[in-house]
Design a protein around this ligand. Structure first.
Ligand code: AMP
Ligand code: ZN
Length: 471
């Protein structure tokens, strides 16, 4: 049995698919005006693990992810600049070039993190027609009104508005009013109302704009995801995911649009990942300018999959604090696991006790099926690796099996070369040892340890392995 924590009911619920053997899931994609930061990537890793968990359980997953290449404004109140057009101004490129460049960079990050390619990756700018059609439906049903800057959704007309947050329409409006720091369009009837279609500014030409029954302009961010998810997954589908910041506005508005247009329940399970933070309440965010990219980790000598490992050490619904110390620990754990796999592989036995293997697999399955308890799943992996009751063959089979979900490439041989200087130091240490100059030998060993090279003296001579540098 698979249990998932559903934001809507605020409980773990048994997963029952709409269609037997299939899971239809939609994940809100990146706004492509800059590199993804490792906080964004934490959410995509969580979604990837979710997909892999279903596949491990034998489901066929139809995984749709969008690329937000237009319409995401700097303010949630539908004011401010379009983030992609802002990126174009910043870099002196066209909005189309910016979107293409950062989409490619994002796809590369996903590949480096072993995030499986979505079944369908859809760009908002390729679906303007579908968005206009959906807005027309809402207009016909009386949910919309015009203002000077666009066509808006009247949230007071949708009886259950805000239900994903657990608050009523009135409570949400009051909360937003109390916390309002931005200028709202004074023509908006309710503070929670949002733009379905925004008009291009009268005084300047936008790079991305389209004709519509209401005027030249561009779609609102929320209608994009609703139109694309319904196009590829149907009006009612299994799972919709994103980070927790999407609960009060983006996903709340998506429900209002979809359910008002179709009269049907939109999604069965809403799953949200908690933030990557830099300290208590300090969210990593592009707008805050405090972000770290995957490339930065790579430039600092980390394997991108060590970041994936780090994410797996925390439950997806708990905040994860990013620290380079934790990154180092994750890198060392990953290296140790791979080193163990290499040793197992070199000493495989022919006998396998199927019953024993089944016992560990069941434990692992119970962990991942319990709302993706990945910290527990990792501890089962370590138990297997360190087990005295399992032989190498059994361990190897189990590790490869678990890695289908973990996605850590545990069976890769990471080639690490020593620098010329390190090779020279090892020779010097050998010489010192021969001369029984233990002090020099120890000093060199410590020097190398600080560079992440561990020396071991064996019967066959000195062997070395690489861990992440601790200096
Ligand atoms: P955006 O590009 O802003 O639309 O965000 C892409 C995804 O990253 C969304 O699902 C966000 O909820 C998620 N996200 C943004 N910041 C963080 C963070 N600090 N930690 C985890 N997820 C985040
Ligand atoms: Zn979305």
């Amino acid at each position: 049995m698979i249990k998932l924590f559903d934001t809507f009911t605020r409980k773990k619920r048994k997963f029952v698919p709409i269609e037997k053997g299939k899971v239809r899931m939609y994940c809100c994609g990146l706004t492509v005006y800059n590199y993804a930061h490792i906080g964004n990537l934490r959410t995509y890793i969580f979604e990837d693990v979710l997909r892999r968990m279903f596949e491990y359980n034998g489901f066929q997953v139809i995984h749709v992810m969008n690329v937000t290449d237009v319409g995401h404004l700097t303010s949630d109140a539908d004011t401010g600049e379009d983030k992609v057009e802002m990126g174009a101004k910043r870099e002196g490129k066209t909005a189309w070039e910016i979107a293409e460049f950062y989409t490619k960079a994002f796809l590369l990050d996903m590949e480096r993190l072993n995030i499986l390619k979505p079944t369908i990756l859809c760009k908002a700018t390729d679906h303007i027609k579908e968005m206009i059609e959906l807005i027309k439906k809402l207009e016909e049903k009386g949910y919309t009104y015009l203002t000077d800057d666009g066509l808006y959704y009247d949230t007071s007309k949708f009886k259950e508005y805000g239900k994903l947050t657990g608050m009523t329409f009135k409570e949400l409006n009051e909360k937003l009013k109390a916390g309002a720091r931005v200028e709202f369009n004074p023509q908006k009837r309710n503070i929670t109302d949002f733009a379905l279609w925004k008009f291009s500014p009268k005084d300047k030409k936008r790079q991305m704009e389209w004709d519509s029954p209401w005027g030249v302009g561009f779609p609102g961010w929320h209608i994009e995801c609703t139109a694309m998810s319904m196009k590829y997954l149907g009006e009612h589908f299994d799972i919709h995911c994103g980070g927790i910041d999407h609960i009060p506005i983006h996903h709340t508005n998506e429900i209002a649009q979809a359910e008002a247009a179709t009269g049907k329940k939109f999604v069965n399970y809403w799953l949200h990942g908690a933030f990557l933070v830099l300290g208590p309440g300090i969210k990593m965010a592009k707008s805050a300018g405090n972000f770290i990219t995957l490339q930065t980790l790579i430039d600092n000598g980390y394997d991108p999959l060590a970041y994936r490992y780090l994410c797996l050490t925390a439950h997806y619904r708990s905040e994860l604090k990013f620290e380079f110390e934790n990154m180092k620990a994750a890198m060392n754990s990953l290296s140790t696991l791979r080193e163990n796999v290499r040793i197992m592989k070199g000493n495989l036995e022919s006998k396998v006790n199927k019953r024993k293997i089944a016992k560990y697999k069941k434990e692992f399955l119970n962990a991942i099926n319990d709302d993706l308890n990945m910290p527990l799943a990792l501890s089962i992996l370590w138990k297997v690796v360190r087990s005295k009751e399992l032989n190498n063959q059994e361990k190897y089979e189990l590790v490869l099996d678990f890695d289908r979900v973990l996605g850590l490439n545990l069976d890769v041989e990471v080639k690490v070369e020593l620098t010329e200087e390190q090779k020279r130091l090892i020779e010097e240490r050998e010489k010192a040892r021969k001369e029984k100059d233990w002090k020099t030998a120890d000093e060199i060993r410590e020097k190398l340890r600080k560079q992440g090279i561990i020396l071991e003296d064996t019967d066959k001579g000195v062997v070395w392995k690489k861990i992440h540098s601790s200096s």
